[in-house]
Design a protein around this ligand. Structure first.
Ligand SMILES: [Mg+2]
Length: 116
């Protein structure tokens, strides 16, 4: 499947995780923006449209649950994916879940699920 030109927003407080996810997504041809906090992520989603947003749950400041609640009200936001390690999240509330630690194949599987 070709994801060329799809726009993604990564909301994640851990820099290394943001960078590796960004790398995997760009390798698949996506255009990627990063935000290091929920607050920054919401600001970015107000300024531009995204085919999907992947957000961490556990972050300083605004928690992922609140980020998701706000993203769901925003018309420019397509699919929403939760990225989580140990924290549980009600998967029916989002379009996908990316379990940490993830690898390239996990990310590609997530994209296929989202856009097939
Ligand atoms: Mg975190």
């Amino acid at each position: 499947m070709n994801f060329q030109g799809k726009r993604a927003l990564i909301i994640e407080d851990e820099e290394e995780i943001r960078e590796i996810l960004n790398f995997y997504l760009q390798n698949e041809g996506l255009e990627v923006e990063e935000a290091s906090s929920g607050e920054e992520g919401i600001q970015r989603a107000q300024k531009a449209n995204f085919d999907f947003v992947v957000t961490d749950l556990s972050m300083p400041g605004m928690k992922g649950e609140k980020v998701i609640e706000i993203l769901k009200t925003m018309p420019g936001v397509g699919k929403i994916v939760v990225s989580t390690g140990s924290l549980k999240f009600e998967e029916s509330l989002v379009d996908g879940t990316l379990f940490k630690p993830f690898n390239k194949d996990d990310v590609i599987a997530m994209l296929n699920k989202l856009f097939s």
